[in-house]
Design a protein around this ligand. Structure first.
Ligand SMILES: Nc1ncnc2c1ncn2[C@@H]1O[C@H](COP(=O)(O)OP(=O)(O)OP(=O)(O)O)[C@@H](O)[C@H]1O
Ligand SMILES: O=c1[nH]c(=O)c2[nH+]cn([C@@H]3O[C@H](COP(=O)(O)O)[C@@H](O)[C@H]3O)c2[nH]1
Ligand SMILES: NC(=O)CC[C@H](N)C(=O)O
Ligand SMILES: [Mg+2]
Length: 530
């Protein structure tokens, strides 16, 4: 990330740091803060307090976490934080850790609360101003604060928890046992906003107009008068990134669309037609089917597939950059910059959070080759997907691009379980086209986040079609709902729709004799099968 961009963000907006104690919901907390128009970043709990303070935060939020505050290896909070003058809000584990650090008591009372829980507000104070006397919140804890630290007012209690919320507005400190960030909690956003605005005094300046203006300014400063290429897939992220760069440096930008042979039916034609029509951008289409398919020949391991694809993408961008420079007749002037549509969850998932495991190498982050020659320009690396969509709308990108379902860069290669070849790709492409067309026909595109169809090319199953025995392959339908692809649930599509898809696929795609539905959430599964 460019040091300049860090400065632009930090000096023109109030920043809220979300300290991650291993929470399920650290990302969600950051998103909710941003929904209140305050810029927010996640930092690991291992970051020293001095380093946090160096980011000049307006407020700090301590997240929940799996540990018990008195356990030997429990992550603690440096008491310096509470004398630094920075307003601090504790949620669940963060609330308990704040209580202990300031001299309160936490105990495992034997009374746990999970899920929907009624709380009584006995004294709203500043934090719970406007919250009714009885409301329902979402809890997930075994330990409870049994005594608030000196100087704090206790604001609420539940059946199992004598201290469910407290505050000391003079010192800018407050906390709740429940999770204000989850949708099931009534008045959750309002409580976060009382903390942000009334206790911390943060300013709501993180708006789409400001985000766009600042990104444009920053790209201009980074790129100057040089040529720049953008890997454009026609997906939401790269379309929005390209539109931002186009606004910043106009015709210095050339977009490169790679047809790697792993695309869905009609995709290449659609990107060429719709994207150019919508933006007027200079689009360079590369037919690299042969190159990708021969590099992938016989490869079954998912990580190996991803690494090969990441590498080939970059090699194609390098070749394209050389051609673009030659065409422009600009001798000796190399293309130094490559625009990618990398998002904040990509950054967090690929080790932005301390000790985060590598689940899979996204082709544009962990899958990049070591000898990358380009300087990356990633104007969206601070944003969540819903924010990217809002930026896209702000830039006037048509709704069918902004609301497209995400499609992974490695394409159908990671939806064929087993090695990839032209025949298998063709089978999957036909099944996928049927599923997508029926979803659209049913008017349910906006109800699902994504709808992968997966070909189990390594598996055979017996069927009977036209009174004859067949020995074909199953395909898996994987419709999911999600807010940001970090977590997901399987979509409850109507049975009639599933039936139509199943019948059409087995009738129209000869190689497939079985259609199954994936009913796993993420976690424990992931959205894509590889
Ligand atoms: N076929 C392609 N040609 C050129 N670049 C691509 C292609 N596929 C992916 N990329 C590059 O990889 C990046 C990451 O891909 P990813 O699928 O996450 O984003 P996207 O396609 O822009 O949006 P979406 O997530 O909505 O599909 C893209 O932003 C783009 O820069
Ligand atoms: O551009 C991409 N390059 C990749 O290598 C990649 N792998 C997964 N995805 C997409 O990321 C989201 C989360 O996917 P998973 O639950 O499978 O990890 C889902 O939206 C996936 O489609 C990718 N996108
Ligand atoms: N969700 C949480 O933060 C839980 C905090 C702590 N582990 C408890 O069980 O009470
Ligand atoms: Mg994509």
């Amino acid at each position: 990330m460019s040091a300049r961009l860090v400065r632009v963000v930090e000096t023109s907006h109030d920043t809220v740091l979300v300290v991650d104690f291993g929470a399920q919901y650290a990302q969600l907390i950051a998103r909710r803060v941003r929904e209140a128009k305050v810029y927010s970043e996640i930092v690991p709990h291992t970051m020293p307090v001095q380093q946090m303070l160096a980011k000049n935060p307006k407020a700090i939020i301590l997240s929940g976490g799996p540990a018990s505050v008195y356990a030997d290896d429990a992550p603690g909070v440096d008491p310096d934080l509470f004398t630094s003058g920075v307003a601090t809000f504790g949620i669940c584990y963060g609330f308990q850790a704040m209580a202990v650090a300031l001299g309160g008591q936490v105990a495992r009372t034997g009374l746990s609360e999970f899920g929907r829980t009624p709380v009584d507000v006995e004294h709203p104070g500043t934090l719970l101003h406007g919250v009714p006397a009885g409301s329902t919140v979402w809890m997930s804890h075994n330990d409870s604060v049994t005594q608030a630290p000196d100087g704090f007012d206790v604001l609420a209690f539940s059946d199992a928890t004598p201290v469910a919320a407290f505050e000391d507005p003079q010192r800018g400190l407050a906390g709740v046992q429940w999770h204000p960030e989850v949708l099931h909690t009534e008045h959750g956003q309002a409580v976060l906003e009382r903390f942000l605005f009334d206790i911390a005094g943060a300013r709501p300046t993180w708006t789409m107009v400001n985000i766009v203006d600042e990104a444009v300014e920053d790209i201009r400063a980074q790129v100057g008068s040089k040529q720049i290429v953008c890997g454009l897939s026609g997906g939401v992220d790269s379309s929005v990134a390209a539109a931002l760069v186009q606004r910043a440096v106009g015709d210095q930008l050339t977009c490169v669309f790679v047809d790697h042979g792993l695309l869905r039916e009609g995709e290449a034609e659609q990107v060429e037609r719709d994207f150019v029509a919508a933006t007027g951008v200079d689009l360079h289409v590369v037919d690299a089917q042969e190159r990708f398919l021969s590099a992938l020949k016989g490869v079954e391991d998912p990580e190996e597939k991803r690494k090969i694809i990441g590498r080939e993408f970059i090699r194609v961008f390098e070749d394209a950059a050389r051609e673009i420079v030659a065409k422009a007749g600009a001798e000796g002037d190399e293309v130094e910059f490559l625009v990618q549509g990398t998002l904040y969850p990509d950054v967090v998932e690929s080790g932005g959070g301390e000790g985060a495991a590598n689940i899979k190498s996204h082709h544009n982050v962990g899958g990049l080759p070591d000898d990358l020659q380009f300087t990356l320009v990633e104007p969206l690396r601070w944003l969540f997907k819903d924010e990217v969509r809002a930026v896209g709308e702000q830039l006037g990108i048509p709704a069918d691009i902004v609301w497209r379902h995400p499609f992974p860069g490695p394409g159908l290669a990671i939806r064929i379980i087993g090695s990839v070849d032209r025949e298998r790709l063709e089978v999957l492409r036909r099944a996928d086209a049927i599923a997508r067309a029926e979803l659209t026909e049913a008017g349910l595109d906006r109800h699902v986040w994504q709808f992968p169809v997966v070909l189990l090319a390594n598996v055979h199953s017996v069927g009977v079609q036209g009174d004859e025995r067949t020995y074909g392959h199953p395909v898996v339908l994987r419709p999911v709902s999600s807010e940001d692809a970090m977590t997901a649930d399987w979509s409850r599509l109507p049975f009639e729709l599933l039936e139509r898809i199943s019948t059409r696929i087995t009738n129209e795609v000869r190689e497939v004799n079985r259609v199954v539905l994936d009913v796993t959430s993420k976690p424990p599964a992931t959205i894509e099968w590889e």
